[in-house]
Write a protein that binds this ligand. Structure first.
Ligand SMILES: Cc1cc2nc3c(=O)[nH]c(=O)nc-3n(C[C@H](O)[C@H](O)[C@H](O)COP(=O)(O)OP(=O)(O)OC[C@H]3O[C@@H](n4cnc5c(N)ncnc54)[C@H](O)[C@@H]3O)c2cc1C
Length: 467
């Protein structure tokens, strides 16, 4: 940093110190945190600020705006596209102290929460009141409601309850100049002109800092059935999906698929224990939650019976207890062993379910042709048309060009199916050069016009989503 810039940053920090408590500011040299869930490199930033409430967030933004100081907002830092990773010139605005659940209203089936509340904390608090906040993802123990809003998070219950956008009724956000936009609507219906809160959902912190939210709740389910099924072919997966949608209509809450190589990798010696043979082509993890335990159980048993009779199921295990259920979900959600040998690149694409088998086969072939020792692990929220891949090229250390070559292989094959390069993870820094494959020039110009209107100085999350 040049001397003038250093003085400027020092003045900005001095003014910030006058509006925040001392313990709410950590200077860059004292930040002892990793960059993100995915990157254990140390955090680099000018300073890390932890405001206690919306008015402190507003003051922070007002001062940063005055000094044209770039700010990156951080929730749980679990996003998969480096959008919350800071650089040495940025100030981090962490939402960790905005951690209050303000209310859980059973009659109106809504909760009002601050943005830094961890997803699992809200889920547990709702369950204690016999209500369910139905967003659910593997990072539930770390990700925050503000992060879920800003990424429009998806996860394992989208097929039943939708993405985060479908669960948000109201929001409060702070603009880049410190203006507070409060839209804490609690009603399901409110067509009073533009629905401004939508701007802050899925825009990855580039248009405002979300400080509070009103989210929808549903009654806590009274029954839960979970089964892990091993099948031979992808056509069996499709048959199970179609039959399940019909027979468990209204209670189907998750339909996840793991391709054989993923399942085998996470259940190797020392990994998760596998309750069924490890040699199947595909594994379906299916869950139903309802309100009539006896009837739901009958429906579930009938479904499995039918699928056996038709020969769609090769093997299956039904969870007999909550511990069994957790064990099955860990196979799907805990893929730590795959991340041990780096570099591993993560992909999150969406495309028509009918084209998935062909797309996965094509990409595996393309990656293998490029790097003969490569490994590709596929899994996903198949009922939502969403597949994740972990690709390990086994072709030397992580370099920008290796990552780019891998991206090109994965995304080129997707064009044919008009799929999206980002189903639920967003764009961040990692995918911005591919944005034009999934959004038209006109769409991107409208996005840029919105950014220019709300944040003309490009202070909020600069360089994320687009330049
Ligand atoms: C094990 C694992 C499983 C996952 N599974 C899923 C999944 O199934 N579905 C899915 O969609 N994602 C999944 N993710 C990705 C990730 O958890 C989500 O993107 C999550 O919503 C990010 O929340 P966060 O609090 O960690 O946000 P962060 O990573 O901190 O931030 C994400 C983005 O939002 C911005 N941001 C954060 N808080 C605010 C705020 N208050 N106001 C404005 N901007 C803000 C940040 O600047 C950044 O751009 C998974 C991640 C992991 C590690």
């Amino acid at each position: 940093m040049a001397l003038d810039e250093t003085r400027f940053a020092a003045s900005c920090l001095a003014e910030l110190s006058s509006v925040l408590q001392k313990k709410s500011i950590i200077l860059g040299c004292d930040i002892d945190r990793v960059a993100s869930y995915w990157d254990v490199a140390p955090t680099r930033a000018l300073a890390l600020l932890m405001p206690n409430n919306t008015s402190e967030v507003s003051e922070v933004m007002r001062i940063c705006h005055k000094y044209k100081q770039p700010v990156v907002t951080q929730g749980g830092k679990t996003n998969c596209v480096q959008s919350a990773n800071s650089n040495p010139e940025e100030i981090i605005l962490s939402t960790e102290k905005l951690n209050q659940i303000e209310s859980i209203d059973i009659v109106n089936a809504v909760a009002s929460v601050e943005a830094g509340v961890v997803l699992q904390t809200l889920q547990k608090a709702c369950l204690e009141k016999d209500m369910l906040f139905p967003l659910d993802l593997g990072s539930r123990g770390s990700c925050t409601i503000g992060g879920n809003v800003s990424t429009n998070a998806g996860g394992i219950s989208v097929l039943r309850y939708g993405m985060m956008r479908d669960l948000v009724l109201g929001l409060e956000a702070v603009l880049s100049d410190g203006t507070i936009v409060s839209s804490m609507n609690q009603m399901l219906k409110n067509n009073s002109a533009y629905d401004v809160k939508q701007l802050f959902i899925g825009s990855e912190g580039t248009l405002g800092v979300v400080t509070r939210a009103v989210v929808k709740l549903v009654p806590k389910p009274l029954s839960c059935q979970t089964v892990l099924i091993g099948v031979v072919n992808f056509s069996d997966v499709i048959e199970i999906l179609n039959e399940t949608r019909r027979r468990l209509a209204g209670i189907l809450s998750a339909f996840e698929v793991m391709w054989g190589p993923y399942f085998q990798a996470v259940t190797e010696d020392g990994g998760h224990s596998s309750p069924i043979s490890r040699g199947h082509g595909y594994y379906v993890l299916l869950e139903a939650e309802g309100s009539d335990p006896e009837r739901d159980d009958q429906l579930f048993q009938k479904l499995l019976e039918q699928l056996y009779l038709r020969g769609a199921i090769e093997d299956a295990v039904v969870a007999q207890s909550e511990a069994d259920r957790i064990g099955l979900w860990q196979i799907r959600e805990d893929f730590g062993v795959i991340l041990e040998d780096t570099p591993v690149f993560l992909y999150d694409v969406s495309l028509p379910i009918s084209s998935m088998e062909e797309y996965v086969d094509l990409t595996i072939k393309a990656v293998k042709e490029k790097w003969s020792l490569s490994e590709v692990y596929a899994l996903g929220h198949i009922a939502d048309g969403n597949i994740h891949f972990f690709v390990r090229p086994n072709a030397g250390p992580a370099t920008f060009s290796l990552h780019q070559t891998c991206d090109a292989l994965m995304y080129k094959a997707l064009k044919k199916y008009h799929g999206s390069i980002s189903a639920e993870h967003g764009i961040g820094i990692e995918k911005k050069q591919w944005l034009s494959q999934s959004r038209s020039e006109t769409e991107i110009s409208v996005m840029k016009a919105l950014k220019h209107t709300l944040d003309p100085e490009k202070l909020l999350n600069p360089g994320r989503v687009f330049d």
